[in-house]
Unconditional design. Structure first.
Length: 342
């Protein structure tokens, strides 16, 4: 007697699911709202703000995000007024985008306006007011106005002193040339972070990174190099990618001043890859790394690539910084030293 062989069940067919990216979906929502309700309707404005926030997370679309903010803000000023807390938040977000896309002077004006309104509406000690003051201090430092940034952060500390506020003040002291004061404060912050968070915590890594930068500022190159390398080992390859970029950049700068140009180039290329991928080509941090790499390549005799990178920096600086900013003169001098026409 023969039994029919039992057949295995047929495998389920695989179906490929096509997903619509969230920003494309939100773009369609905005288009429908605009067509149905007009540009001034709250539903249209809300859809545009949501799309701008999505775009702001993508370095390739941050310029589009800024344009969306600029489109909705006049409507919000007319319908809700410039003192509305939600309107002020949107102006702050737009200012952050202006800074990250190289429009530093514009970012300053926007943050000055937000700070003035928030101090009046929310009060000088409100967390949102403090956040705007810190952001404005960062922009002032980027514009080469370290004394103004320091004064603003001292004022913040008088209102509400936190670990972040003291760290911001220490960075501003360092940028303003007060290296001994900055070093003292950075040492205290690093020790506090180690006691509170332990060796492997990102807060401790940040505190040690800032301390290493301060050590570099007072000429302690060997100590700075060791501390930067310790931070990289503690972080691991996939942890706190943005902070890793800062450490690679700063370590590259230390190695440059130690005349170890080969290793300096390696570190700066690592930093540049992370920053271009995460921040985009126009972000101030990205451009700073490009300039550092150009100087290292110039020392290594790689003049063609150094000129290309220096010109890239100059294009960004001349459109985002005041004409008198020292970065513009410094890059022009680098190009002249390399025998380039500009």
């Amino acid at each position: 007697m023969f039994r029919r062989k039992r057949r295995d069940p047929e495998p389920e067919p695989e179906v490929i699911e096509i997903e619509i990216p969230a920003d494309q979906w939100q773009g369609a929502v905005l288009k429908e709202a605009y067509a149905a309700y007009g540009e001034d309707d709250p539903r249209t404005i809300g859809a545009a703000i949501e799309l701008a926030r999505m775009f702001s997370q993508n370095s390739a679309k941050r310029a589009d995000a800024f344009q969306l903010y600029m489109w909705v803000l006049p409507v919000l000023w007319q319908t809700r007024g410039p003192d509305d807390p939600e309107v002020l938040q949107i102006v702050h977000e737009a200012a952050d985008l202006a800074h990250t896309t190289g429009q530093t002077a514009r970012a300053e004006q926007m943050l000055q306006d937000v700070l003035e309104h928030r101090e009046r509406v929310l009060g000088p000690s409100h967390p949102d007011t403090i956040t705007t003051a810190r952001a404005l201090a960062n922009v002032l430092s980027a514009l080469g106005r370290a004394a103004e940034a320091e004064a603003l952060l001292h004022d913040v500390n008088d209102r509400r002193s936190t670990w972040e506020d003291r760290a911001a003040l220490a960075r501003t002291l360092l940028a303003g040339g007060q290296r001994d004061k900055a070093l003292e404060l950075f040492r205290a912050l690093a020790a506090e972070a180690e006691r509170t968070h332990g060796d492997g915590d990102p807060t401790t890594a940040l505190a040690r990174t800032n301390l290493a930068a301060a050590l570099f500022g007072v000429g302690e190159l060997d100590q700075a190099e060791r501390l930067f390398r310790d931070v990289l080992r503690a972080l691991g390859p996939d942890q706190e990618v943005g902070l890793r970029a800062f450490v690679h950049n700063n370590l590259g700068t230390v190695l440059f001043f130690k005349s170890d140009f080969r290793q300096a180039e390696d570190e700066l290329r690592k930093a540049l890859a992370i920053r271009e991928r995460g921040f985009g080509p126009l972000h101030p941090d990205t451009v700073a790394t490009v300039e550092n790499l150009a100087r290292v390549l110039a020392e290594r005799g790689e003049h063609r690539e150094a000129i290309t990178l220096a010109r890239r920096c100059l294009d960004v600086y001349t459109t985002s910084l005041p004409a008198s900013h020292p970065k513009i003169a410094n890059v022009r001098q680098l190009l002249a030293d390399l025998g380039a026409d500009r």
